[in-house]
Every structure is written in C-alpha cells, then in structure tokens.
Design a protein around this ligand. Sequence first.
Ligand code: HEM
Length: 271
Amino acid sequence: MDLLTWGRSPWGEWILTHISWDLLWASFFAGFAFLLAHASYMLLSAHRKRAAAETDQLEAARADLPARISRHSLAARLFHWVMAAAMFVLLFTAFLPIVGVQFAWVTWHWVAGLVLTASIVFHIIHATVWMDFWSIWVGPKDIPELKAELLRELGKEVDGPKPGKYPLGNRLYHLAIVVAGLLVVTSGLFMMVRIRTPFFTRNPYLLGDATWGVTYVAHGLAGVGLVGLVIAHVYFAVRPEKWWITKSMILGWITRRQYLEHHDPQRWVAR
Ligand code: HEM
C-alpha cells in the first residue's frame, strides 16, 4: 500500500501531491477496530465501580452542594455543537467524493472550514479568559492518576487521585484533536488561496509546488486522522455508561451524585 501519491512538477521533478486515499480506509478500520476492542474489553474487564452505598455516604456528607452541578456553560455547549456540525460537513464533503459520491463539494467544504476556524478561535479565547485553562491538559503530574485508574481497571480499590473536571482519557483525546485540528485548519486556510473564493484572487503560485504538496499531504493526514478520532468520540458519547457526560453537553449540568461518584471535589471545585 502506498501512503503518499507523487506527481511531476513542470520541471520534471518528482513532488508530493496528496496522501494515498487508502489511508482513509485504514483510519476507518482503526476507528472501528478500536471500538470493537474497547467494547469487548468492557464486557470482560473487572473495572471497579464504586458501590451505591459508598456513593450514598459521600452524598450525605456533601449535602451542602447544589443538586445540579454546572459542568458546561451555554457558550461552551454552543461551541461544541457548532464545531461538531462543521466537522461532520467537512468530513462528508471531503470524503464522499473520494469514495465515489460526486458533487460540487469544494464550496460547502471551505465554508464549513471557516465556521470550524471561527469556532476554534472563539474556543481558544473563551478557554483562556473564562475557563480553567489548565484543567484539560495532560503532563507528568498526571502519572499518579494514570496508575490509580489502571489499578481500578484491574479491579483494585485504590485511594489514589480521581479525575478533576476531565477524565484522563478525555484529556488525551483533546490533545489529539488539538494537533489534528490545528494542522487541518492551518493547511486548509493556505489551500483556500488555490481555489476561487469571494475573498481574494486565486494564487496557486503563493507556495512552490513541493510546498503545496506537503500542505496537501498534511491536510490529508490530519483529515483521515480526524475520521478515526471522530468515530471514537461518537462511540464514547453513545455508550450508556457515558450518557451522563453526553447529557451534560446538552443540558449543561450533572447531578451532585454524578459529581461525587466520578470526580475529585478537591481537583474540580464545584460552584
Ligand atoms: C475535519 C476537517 C477537514 C477534513 C477531514 C478535510 C479534508 C480534506 C480533504 C481530504 C481534501 C482533499 C485534499 C486533496 O485533494 O489532497 C480537502 C481539501 C480542501 N480543504 Fe479540507 N478538510 C478539513 C478542514 C478544512 C478546513 C478547516 C479548511 C479551511 C479553513 C479546509 C479547506 C480545504 C480546501 C480549500 C481544500 C482544497 C480544495 C482543492 O484544492 O480543490 N479544509 N480537505
């Protein structure tokens, strides 16, 4: 399987043109293989769940907390759903023609691309100024939490740290989506210069042939990566044991019980 496709420049040099679209199928395969592996693991694993009586005790001890704990502000929820809609339009407009469904996709694609870009700019400002910026990032400080979570997966009772606002898996996922998202957006904005838009005169000579090749390859790689990432994300969102998180992205809140059951109140102080 070739991973990249090559062409000849007007001067006869071999230059990169695109990724090979076989990679799209590889990403689909990886996404579905991951969800099958995870679903089988969940059926067989010893994952330690806190007993209901234990959560009852926790709840009784923290009756001072409101019954509904605010998890996502209206602005954060709007960002999430605008970004999700733009992402789906981008994925379908990009990949339907590649799998044989032909239509005039380019305009839909770059318009959705600009919506995604605007929503990301909004999110960066919102997260930096109004949200707890560091709560979503992962680093060496999270090793004790990783160890504790792994032991819980093995069925052991551990006192070790529980997640703050975001579980470790969510924070790792966010990191992957940041890398793929920023790559697809920056390469896509450059690629807009090559096509006809109402904003500026088309200029396919802005970059050299080899640099355009690298830009298209970067865009394609990030794009197919997003296929696998989106499959995994939707899979977790629809799993019954995660509905409470998905519901909070619609309604904005979780219950006091869910807060105490899944989070460390010292690492995520509910307001
Ligand atoms: C989920 C995100 C995205 C995916 C999966 C995606 C995927 C793709 C793919 C597969 C292509 C064809 C590339 C090729 O022929 O080598 C493409 C082209 C293109 N994309 Fe995206 N893209 C995404 C986001 C964006 C964004 C954010 C923008 C702009 C801000 C954008 C603008 C463009 C443009 C202008 C083209 C070039 C069309 C052409 O040269 O004919 N894309 N995209």
